[in-house]
Ligand binder design. Structure first.
Ligand SMILES: Cn1cnc2c(O)nc(N)nc21
Length: 281
């Protein structure tokens, strides 16, 4: 907490953990599907999250929730490009949430600063796009693919396997010229709630490394399994609990729907954790 910390090639001075606001411009996303289908609504939402203190806005045109059907590249691009163009240069950093290199390339040209690829840049073309554009990337662990990943995920040792994957992918993409990476354990992407808990409890093993770590638990199914909250839209308190834990364990950023709630709580937590912090009065 506090002081300068390089994160992904751009220097941010922040206290504690930064917030990445989720902007799903898809009709079927699990928690806010369809609400931001119109460009104006999406841009308004992004500005609200930025004004609430979100450091990054993550723009996604293809749902990655469990069971989601793939979307053609052109359709995905038609959803995200106008939003990125409208937001470019307005102050928030922009990431594009996509698994497709051709979408990432066009999104970076339209103003995105960062690529958030839930496959961990599995496609070599994605590595080329990020290296070619000099764009940082989030390397996330996913077992399988969104459509089938939650059927029966199994690991010998989920923490060891996920951390090994992230270290190996990070080394590979950096060696291929991607300027910097964030690592992300990919909660809910081919994991049971028990797997997610193990990964959250082992975060210090990941955050003690050289790369900033991003964690996204916002409104996910595990909150229902831990606290009995069947409706995704009601899960922000549980999301906050998980993200405060992640920040306390050294996460550099959390990916959230409720940006304002998280910004306030993380600022208070950072002050609490920072013995040099002196309140205004
Ligand atoms: C797109 N998306 C959904 N959940 C996510 C998570 O936990 N991390 C990242 N990087 N992206 C996510």
């Amino acid at each position: 907490p506090g002081g300068e910390r390089a994160a992904d090639g751009w220097r941010v001075t922040w206290r504690g953990c930064a917030v990445m606001g989720v902007l799903n411009v898809t009709p079927d996303s699990f928690s806010d599907g369809g609400r931001y289908a119109s460009l104006e609504a999406a841009v308004t939402r992004a500005r609200a999250m930025r004004d609430a203190g979100a450091r990054v806005i993550d723009v996604g045109g293809e749902s990655t929730r469990p069971g989601a059907e793939p979307v053609p590249a052109e359709q995905e691009l038609d959803r995200v490009r106008p939003v990125l163009r409208a937001l470019a240069g307005e102050g928030a950093l922009l990431s594009v949430d996509t698994m497709k290199p051709e979408v990432a390339r066009e999104a970076l040209a339209a103003g995105a600063h960062l690529v958030n690829d839930v496959t961990g840049l599995r496609d070599p073309g994605m590595v080329e796009v990020c290296a070619g554009a000099g764009a940082p990337a989030c390397v996330m662990h996913m077992r399988g693919e969104p459509r089938t990943m939650q059927r029966s995920p199994q690991y010998r040792d989920v923490v060891a396997e996920v951390h090994a994957f992230l270290r190996e992918r990070a080394a590979a993409v950096l060696a291929a010229g991607v300027p910097s990476v964030l690592l992300d354990p990919g909660l809910g992407f081919g994991k049971t709630a028990a797997h997610n808990l193990a990964l959250l409890r082992a975060l210090p093993e990941l955050t003690c490394g050289p790369h900033p770590v991003l964690v996204g638990a916002s409104r996910k199914k595990m909150i229902d399994l831990l606290a009995g909250v069947p409706n995704a839209a009601d899960r922000d308190p549980g999301s906050l609990a998980l993200h405060l834990h992640a920040a306390r364990q050294g996460a550099a950023m959390v990916r959230v729907h409720a940006a304002g709630v998280h910004v306030q709580a993380l600022r208070v937590q950072a002050a609490l954790e920072d013995p040099t912090f002196t309140p205004g009065r």
